[in-house]
Write a protein that binds this ligand. Structure first.
Ligand code: PHE
Length: 455
């Protein structure tokens, strides 16, 4: 493998800092909003089981490849993939597809993050007024026009401002202190939800798989979620890998990130499904799941309104680390490509993301509610194309590059930095990257080619 000499660049100061930043990108709406709602609309435990397998055999190996290539190249994603295989510029396409995915994801991500920020204020208002937020509140917000758009603009302005000033130590520090708080609050929710009468049905739903529910579509969605969850297949982790210190041991670090991230998703599921079964008798899927259940769960306990507010504050904070890492992919490329300053690149990206976000946000508004492409509204379409097409295809290319286009020696030397000799897990992961991950992704993509048409 011929590699351009690393240039002096910004970097994470320590392995702990690198762990926090990587985890900060991974943890977000994917855990608290998307994992529960996809589980609810795809048959519960069968979906969870496939998801866990996808994390182990696809997610962790691709995270390893991305961090390894990123650290080796010390470049933004487009330039990293464009130069990692000597003489084969074509792989820059992986980085460009990643930039496209960043725009599509941000279009709906900022919509949902806007709902979360709105809920911070709505739940606090309800707490002060002694009320409980109900389903009507969410329906009015998501189906509105100016209100969700203004929240979306607010979220974008906030993230763009952070990116414009650089990913400061401030945000890293804030996420590092507040992540443990999110854990604690999730556990409080779990205890409350699990002690509700009838909670057992929710636990069964989450953990006892009914394998007859499996289908090509479920497997595709689980794979897509694994990519989305660990911010894979689009260059985010490649970019973060380019800031990794040489002393970081990549395989253990990637494994820890995946485990912590999965734990947060399962904790969120354990908070939501027992409550759903206790209150409603069956899981109603859909993007409103989180917004309809959390206020209900908390309303059953003393100071519940206040806890609801705190919960949404923490969720809001979790979205920031993820959004920052999403915007950073195009911004880093624009800066390193042209003569654009960081604030200029950030503003340009933010404005384009908002333009693409409008149809996603209005997709539940009567104005656009009936506009369907392949049977999906804009929100679902952007989500589907990014998570279930662009990220897995990008991931497939990344696994093939790592396993087949780079020399084993060069790749392993970077991946196993920090060890005197090749550790057993280095050999294991390399074998999976080469022979298992690409085959699995390819099989899943092929077997689900009909999914888009079936809706
Ligand atoms: N991993 C983030 C989440 O779960 C979303 C994300 C996807 C972030 C892709 C960066 C890149 O919320």
């Amino acid at each position: 493998m011929s590699i351009s000499a690393p240039k002096p660049r910004d970097a994470f100061a320590s392995t702990l800092g690198a762990f926090a930043a990587t985890l900060g990108s991974a943890i977000g709406l994917g855990n608290i909003w998307k994992f529960p709602y996809l589980t609810g609309s795809h048959g519960g435990a069968a979906f969870v089981l496939v998801y866990l397998l996808a994390i182990a055999f696809v997610g962790i190996p691709i995270l390893v490849v991305e961090l390894t290539i990123g650290r080796k190249m010390r470049l933004n994603a487009v330039h990293a993939y464009g130069t990692v295989v000597p003489g084969q510029k074509i792989w820059a396409g992986v980085g460009m597809a990643g930039v496209a995915a960043a725009f599509l994801i941000m279009a709906f991500y900022t919509d949902v993050a806007g709902w979360v920020f709105a809920y911070v204020f709505k739940s606090f208002g309800a707490f002060l007024g002694g009320r409980t937020l109900d389903g009507a509140t969410f329906g009015a917000l998501a189906g509105g026009s100016w209100e969700p758009l203004l929240w979306q603009i607010g979220v974008l302005v906030l993230t763009t401002a952070i990116i414009a000033t650089g990913v400061s130590k401030g945000i890293e520090k804030v996420t590092k202190t507040l992540m443990p708080l999110l854990f604690v609050l999730l556990i409080v929710c779990d205890i409350r939800a699990l002690t509700l009468p009838g909670a057992g049905a929710g636990v069964t739903y989450l953990f006892r798989p009914d394998l007859s529910k499996l289908s090509a579509s479920i497997v595709l969605y689980a794979l897509g979620l694994a990519f989305f969850k660990l911010s894979l297949g689009m260059g985010t982790m490649t970019t973060y890998g380019s800031y990794l210190p040489d002393s970081t041991r990549i395989v253990p670090n990637a494994t820890r990130v995946a485990l912590a991230d999965t734990a947060v998703s399962l904790l969120a599921g354990l908070a939501i499904f027992p409550a759903v079964f206790a209150f409603a008798g069956k899981p109603a899927g859909g993007p409103g799941l989180l917004f309809n259940t959390i206020p209900l769960i908390f309303s059953k306990m003393p100071m519940g309104g206040l806890f609801t507010t705190v919960f949404f504050v923490l969720t809001a904070i979790a979205t920031i680390g993820a959004m920052v890492s999403l915007i950073e992919v195009p911004v880093a490329w624009i800066i390193e490509k042209g003569h654009v300053t960081r604030p200029g690149a950030a503003i340009l990206t933010g404005v384009l993301m908002f333009a693409l976000g409008i149809p996603a946000t209005l997709s539940q508004n009567p104005l656009l509610a009936n506009v369907k492409i392949f049977g999906k509204n804009f929100f679902d379409l952007f989500d589907f194309i990014s998570s279930n097409v662009l990220l897995p295809v990008g991931g497939l290319a990344i696994a093939i590059i790592g396993g087949w286009f780079l020399t084993r020696k060069g790749f392993a030397a970077e991946m196993n930095k920090g060890y005197a000799e090749e550790p057993w897990h280095g050999r294991l992961v390399y074998g999976i990257i080469k022979y298992v991950t690409p085959v699995l992704i390819l099989l899943i993509l092929l077997s689900s080619l009909g999914v888009l048409k079936l809706g």
